[in-house]
Write a protein that binds this ligand. Sequence first.
Ligand SMILES: Nc1ncnc2c1ncn2[C@@H]1O[C@H](COP(=O)(O)OP(=O)(O)OP(=O)(O)O)[C@@H](O)[C@H]1O
Ligand SMILES: [Mg+2]
Length: 226
Amino acid sequence: METIIEVKQLCKSYLSGQQALRVLDHIDLNIRRGDFISLMGPSGSGKSTFLNIIGTMDAPDSGEIMIAGENVTRMPEHQLALFRQKHIGFVFQFHYLLPEFTIEENVAMPLMIGGMHRPEALTRAREILDYLGIAERGHHYPAEISGGEKQRAVVGRALINRPDILLADEPTGNLDKNSGKRMLELFRKIQKDLNQTFFLVTHDEHIAAIADINYQLDNGRLSKTS
Ligand SMILES: Nc1ncnc2c1ncn2[C@@H]1O[C@H](COP(=O)(O)OP(=O)(O)OP(=O)(O)O)[C@@H](O)[C@H]1O
Ligand SMILES: [Mg+2]
């Protein structure tokens, strides 16, 4: 199967007082298209740091990251912004929808930013919202829909560019048990329907239970747990 992300000997340290805290210590990882991966680990073990680096939101101290065949490790920021938009979808807990735009407009936003004309972008957004089962919410504003619906809209916005990988940091963290379960079922459906690759950081054992591959991050090291 096609490798979509390749991480080689990745290192990242932060200064903690006088001492360097090595959060990521020579990490290697290969992600293939269509993989559904969970990453667990104690609080402070570097999961978000790792996810942000994979998402090109943060740079490593050393090591290499290849995404969709391109080395992004030393790509300049203006180029990275375009690359990110094309290749990576983010579903972050604090990645809010813009309150002054409708759900449809929020989902269409990445396409319009990419230069697509508004009518076409909105049509595409409506298709995705339909697929996600919230078509009738498209004309509402974020404040007018439920938390679970908002989360689905965020997934729609992340999917609209057909990214190579969908990254999520605690995607079920602020949802109640049932909404969390529905979100996971939706992710699995998207994986199957679109062969979409997922990388989910979580404390939620339900996610780990349904993922195809589980990793654990501890003391700077990544290990496969199942
Ligand atoms: N910008 C920063 N400057 C200094 N230290 C940082 C910075 N970002 C993260 N850290 C530290 O790096 C370590 C890893 O943080 P990170 O947020 O990646 O952990 P995490 O595994 O996502 O934790 P949680 O499960 O609580 O979200 C922590 O000790 C954190 O305090
Ligand atoms: Mg975190």
